[in-house]
Design a protein around this ligand. Structure first.
Ligand code: GAL
Length: 420
């Protein structure tokens, strides 16, 4: 075969191949996140599968550790090394700090093509923007102020589902007397502060909570009600398993699921564990607002920030991830697994269980007044530096049964001041 004939053979062979075989390598999207419990892995798998179905490669950068502190350390060191992933779970005010570093990409085209401004609540859309441009996509709305209950354990102990703090302590006493762990808990700073913020919301109400954790108001932080919040936290500590240090939140959830413990104070990602264990809301378990916070909704919005990439195919994969995250089918199946509410406002809530439907109704009601508040323990209310200062004070306090609540409020105020 001479050169011309060889070339003709190659060309005609090529015409037989599907276009995709000639195209360049499919793009890869690497995602840093901390969804590693059984239930949460099931949720994130729904995203991976969709990305793979769309013809892209999903590279998983899961960093274990509830609350995400370990994942944030990994993300920072990768960014410093000039090697950030395509997407990472970054939330709340922290998005602004990443935006200011100039490392995030502009998602306005995807947002416009998919009508994000119309789909998202204004408050949510604003959090996702830096300097007026979308740099992140939200996937859900978690409610943090929940109490998870095993009704069989409650029945055995003769305990009643609590609606006030007094009733919570009465139920805890019954559970203790019947030989159960009243409150399942993992001794990690973010879990300690998850309990603390519930107590603050209950005692100070949504306005006081806002003054404390959003405005960082000195008078509120050091006032009598905050002292009461610390002493209530201390009392709650006496119903927690003393061997709780370092325990993961999903291990604590399993204690309630398996009937060793009666209750857990945790955000609704805890529902992902009940779902993964095949349990049904309203039948096998109860979800009630943390006692005294019925009209309030401490929100925690998971979002993925997107970093600037060079490779065109990887950018296509990244844009696909951004688009998929807000598609109705994904919003349904992901949030059914994750325990959260869809972040889109136009969703059919029919396929969701009793807890999520209650959450949706509570969100709407809280939105009408002051009830909707950003979660301090889940990066929505303050900078991570201020949050870290609060975590330290709260965890040191809870780990010292003799700690003085009146001293704790002063420590809280001064730790916040130096972190600001
Ligand atoms: C939160 C996060 C949730 C869940 C939880 C436990 O901060 O928003 O999605 O992962 O931590 O790790």
């Amino acid at each position: 075969m001479n050169a011309i004939n060889r070339l003709a053979a190659v060309v005609s062979l090529a015409s037989l191949l599907p276009l995709s075989a000639l195209a360049a390598e499919p793009g890869t999207v690497e995602v840093t996140h901390w969804w590693t419990s059984g239930g949460e892995k099931a949720a994130v798998d729904t995203l991976r599968k969709q990305i793979e179905q769309d013809g892209f490669v999903w590279k998983d950068n899961a960093v274990a550790g509830g609350g995400g502190a370990a994942a944030m350390t990994v993300l920072k060191s990768r960014a410093v090394a000039g090697n950030p992933p395509a997407a990472a779970q970054v939330k709340g005010p922290d998005i602004q700090d990443w935006g200011a570093l100039g490392l995030l990409t502009n998602l306005d085209d995807v947002a416009k093509a998919n009508d994000w401004d119309a789909l998202l609540p204004r408050k949510v859309a604003d959090i996702m923007k830096y300097d007026g441009h979308y740099v992140a996509v939200p996937v859900n709305i978690h409610r943090v102020n929940w109490l998870w209950i095993n009704p069989q354990v409650f029945a055995k102990a003769g305990a009643k589902v609590p609606t006030t703090l007094d009733e919570l302590f009465a139920a805890a006493d019954k559970l203790k007397a019947a030989g159960f762990v009243p409150l399942a808990h993992g001794g990690q700073p973010w879990q300690d502060s998850t309990v603390f913020e519930g107590v603050v919301l209950s005692i100070l109400g949504p306005k006081g909570y806002h003054a404390a954790f959003v405005e960082l108001d000195e008078k509120t932080l050091t006032g009598a009600q905050m002292i009461k919040a610390f002493s209530t936290l201390q009392r709650l500590g006496t119903y927690m398993d003393p061997n709780r240090a370092g325990r993961d939140w999903n291990v604590a959830a399993a204690e309630v699921i398996n009937g060793k413990a009666g209750m857990q104070i945790m955000g609704d990602w805890a529902k992902s564990e009940w779902t993964a264990a095949g349990k049904i809301a309203g039948k096998d378990y109860e979800c009630v607002a943390f006692p005294g916070t019925q009209g309030s909704f401490a929100y925690n919005i998971d979002s993925l920030v997107m970093f600037r990439l060079k490779d065109e195919n990887d950018i296509k994969a990244q844009n696909d991830l951004a688009k998929v995250a807000l598609e109705p089918a994904f919003q349904t199946v992901f949030n059914q697994n994750k325990g959260s509410l869809p972040v889109r406002q136009d969703m059919d809530m029919g396929p969701f269980d009793a807890c999520t439907q209650k959450s949706a109704a509570d969100f709407k009601a809280a939105e009408q007044g002051d009830g909707l508040q950003p979660s301090m323990a889940h990066n929505m209310a303050t900078s991570l530096a201020v949050q870290g200062a609060i975590f330290d004070v709260v965890t040191n306090f809870l780990n010292d049964p003799k700690a003085d609540p009146a001293k704790a409020v002063k420590q809280l105020d001064s730790a916040i001041k130096s972190a600001k």
